[in-house]
Structures are given as C-alpha cells and as structure tokens.
Design a protein around this ligand. Structure first.
Ligand code: FA5
Length: 371
C-alpha cells in the first residue's frame, strides 16, 4: 500500500516539474507586476496574487508534499528564496510609493495656514433639557433632593397606591399603554407611567420623613394635539414632614415661578381634583407673554396665549391625601405634606414662546438652533 506522503513516481515527477516551471514563471513576472502598482491598495492586491493565501507561490508550496524526497530539499530552498525576494520587492515598492506620495505633497500648492478655520458647529441643549436643569437648580437651592424612577412601572404605583378608584378612566386600557411582563407574573400589571407621581410612592416606600424631593422624567398618555404629546416630560415635587401647611406649598411654588419666569408674576390657585391630594388645585401663572401683571388691559385682551384672561395654567398640586400616607406605611396622623406636578414641555413652550408641542420633538435643527 502507498503511504499518503509517499506518492507514486509518475505524479511525483510531474509535481516537481510543475513546481520548477512555476518558480521560473513567477521569478520572471513578479517584479514587473509589483512595479506597475500606482498606489498602496493596488500594490497590496498585486502582492497577494503571489504570496497571499490563494497566491501563485502559495499554490506551488502546496505541491511540496508530492515532490520526490530527493528533490524536495532543493526545491524548498528555491521556493523560500523566491518568497523572500517577493517580500523584499514588495517592501521596496511600498517605500517608493510612500516617498513618491510625500514628494507630490511637498511639490503641490502649499497649505495656507493663515486661512480662517472652518466653523465647528457646536451642539446645544434641547429646550426641555434647559428647562429641566433650570428647575432642578431652583428646587435644589430650596433644599429639594432629586429622585428618579422607571418609565415602566407597576399599576399599583401609578394608580392604586395613589388612591385612584379601580374604575377611574385614567386606569382604563383605552387611556393607558399597558405592557405584558411575563417574568413578573400574571398578577403584576405594568404600564408606561402616565405621570411622575409614581415616584412619590417609590420614594415614600423607601424613605422616612422628613423629605423634600423633585423627580423629572418622561411620561406617556393617549394624547395628541398642539399642546398635548403622547410622550412628554413632567417634574414631580413633594415634601413631607410634621406640620406642613398649604401656605408652604404656595410659598414654594410662588418662589419657583418668580425665579423661572419673572420676579413680578403672581400665581392663582384654583380648586381641582386629583385622587392623591386633598385639598387639590391647579395653578395658573400670570401671562408672561402679555405681562399681565402690568395691567395693560388692551394688550392682555389681544394676547393669543392666555386668550385675554391674563392667566396660564402650569401645574396640578395639593396636600398629600392621608390615604397615600397609609398606603406607604406613614403615620397619617403625624405627617402632612404637599405635592405638585407640572409639564416640562408646557413650561418650555411658555418660556420660549413655542406655539406647538410637536416642534419640541421633530428634531428640526432650524427650530432647535434658535435656543
Ligand atoms: C398630573 O399628572 C398629576 N400627577 C399632577 C399632580 C402631582 C397633581 C402632584 C397633584 C399633586 P395632569 O394630568 O394635570 O396632572 O398633568 C400635569 C401637567 O402635565 C399639566 O398641567 C400639563 O402641563 C402637563 N401635561 C399633561 N398632559 C400632557 C400632554 N399630553 N402633553 C404635554 N403636557 C401634558
């Protein structure tokens, strides 16, 4: 039987012949081929034709096992010598190309370093981000901590623990984006939070009073018109301690509005209903567009933003309902507190005179670069 590395004589002679012919042919051709390359990629491509994985020399080397053992040593030496020659010729050609490129660069029209530079287009903060930072600064200076919470939260944090009755329309499938999280089990209903009031529950469950917190974040609702977006931003604020009264809520919100808008604005508190506060209210700020506090009746009557009323609604607020305290394990006899929640988008629209909320989300640089 023939061993695999001892091929029969006829084939062996042919392999040796093919190898010798191949070596002669490569030896005669490779220099011209490399010399024809006019740039580095083409030089590398040509080099690969000889010594790359499918190259002519590489293919010849694969014939070596078939060559009769008497000739193998000599042919092996020749192959290696040729391979070295190809490699050296390649290196020389590469250096020559680099030198030629450098010389062409030096000979070309010189670079005028005195020309003015190109403008770097700097990015800037989105108006909602700017408003968020401003609010965090204002409330931070008043001693409020900042908290965060998940955008997908449990139904109980979004509604139940805040005292929403089970049949409240906001808890309806039609009104809210529910999400199936199988890993949490069938009993855990999760949804895209509809307001940042979820963070009241989360923080009160993990901290004891006294506490003063603001929490900005994205929220989601089935809304879509010029002043309502399906995804928008709110900032929640709440403070819990002994003997907290409504006058402190008024004081904090008035100070905030005067710092954010104008030192002369007033606030108007109107009664309103939210299940998690009692009493609850909505707050209007005197219109910053017609400067309603200056009492120019004609200007206010013509104002399209406040529609002649002199007031613009900015937030909901109230004293935290004792039911909420009981739901998070606080002593509802001992503690009182206030909470408020406002739309950052709405504040940005007012502050920068943005007529349509969609402009804030279209990422149109012509609009965004105006801030
Ligand atoms: C709430 O979301 C309450 N959680 C606020 C609150 C907190 C009340 C704490 C009491 C105590 P409301 O649904 O009104 O309330 O929303 C609050 C603010 O979010 C609104 O005043 C408005 O500025 C803004 N807002 C509501 N819906 C949208 C929307 N679709 N697009 C943009 N802004 C919105």
């Amino acid at each position: 039987m023939t061993r695999p590395d001892a091929p029969e004589e006829g084939g062996a002679g042919e392999a040796a012949r093919e190898l010798r012919d191949g070596l002669a042919k490569i030896g005669a051709e490779f220099r011209a081929s490399l010399a024809e390359a006019s740039d580095e990629p083409s030089l590398r491509e040509r080099n690969a034709r000889w010594v790359g994985p499918g190259g002519a020399l590489t293919r010849l080397m694969k014939l070596m096992p078939k060559v009769p053992s008497g000739e193998r040593r000599d042919l092996g030496k020749q192959i290696n010598a040729l391979k070295t020659e190809v490699n050296e010729a390649f290196e020389h050609a590469l250096v020559a190309l680099e030198r030629a490129a450098r010389e062409a660069e030096l000979a070309a029209t010189p670079l005028d370093v005195t020309l003015p530079g190109r403008d770097v287009r700097a990015g800037r903060l989105h108006p909602i981000t700017r408003v968020r930072y401003e609010l965090l600064d204002i409330f931070g200076a008043l001693g409020f901590d900042v908290a965060d919470g998940p955008e997908i939260d449990l139904h109980e944090n979004c509604f139940d623990k805040l005292g929403f009755p089970a049949d409240h329309p906001a808890t309806d499938m039609q009104d809210t984006f529910y999400i199936t999280r199988e890993e949490l089990g069938a009993s855990a209903t999760t949804l895209l939070r509809t307001h940042t009031s979820t963070i009241q529950i989360r923080e009160m469950l993990r901290r004891e009073p006294p506490l003063a917190i603001v929490a900005p974040g994205a929220v989601y609702r089935r809304d879509d018109d010029a002043t309502h977006s399906p995804m928008f931003f709110q900032i929640e604020g709440f403070l819990v301690d002994e003997d907290v009264s409504f006058s402190e809520l008024k004081g904090v919100l008035t100070l905030f509005a005067r710092r954010l808008f104008d030192a002369e604005v007033s606030l108007r508190f109107r009664p309103s209903y939210f299940p998690f506060v009692e009493p609850g209210g909505e707050v209007d700020v005197s219109c910053v567009f017609c400067r309603a506090w200056e009492r120019d009746a004609a200007r206010t009557a013509a104002c399209g933003v406040c529609k002649g009323t002199g007031w613009i609604e900015i937030l909901g607020c109230g004293m935290i309902h004792p039911t909420v305290f009981r739901n998070v394990g606080y002593d509802a006899e001992r503690y009182t507190g206030f909470a408020f929640g406002m739309g950052l988008d709405r504040i940005a629209m007012l502050k920068y005179g943005v007529p349509n909320i969609r402009l804030l989300y279209e990422n149109d640089v012509r609009f965004l670069s105006g801030f």
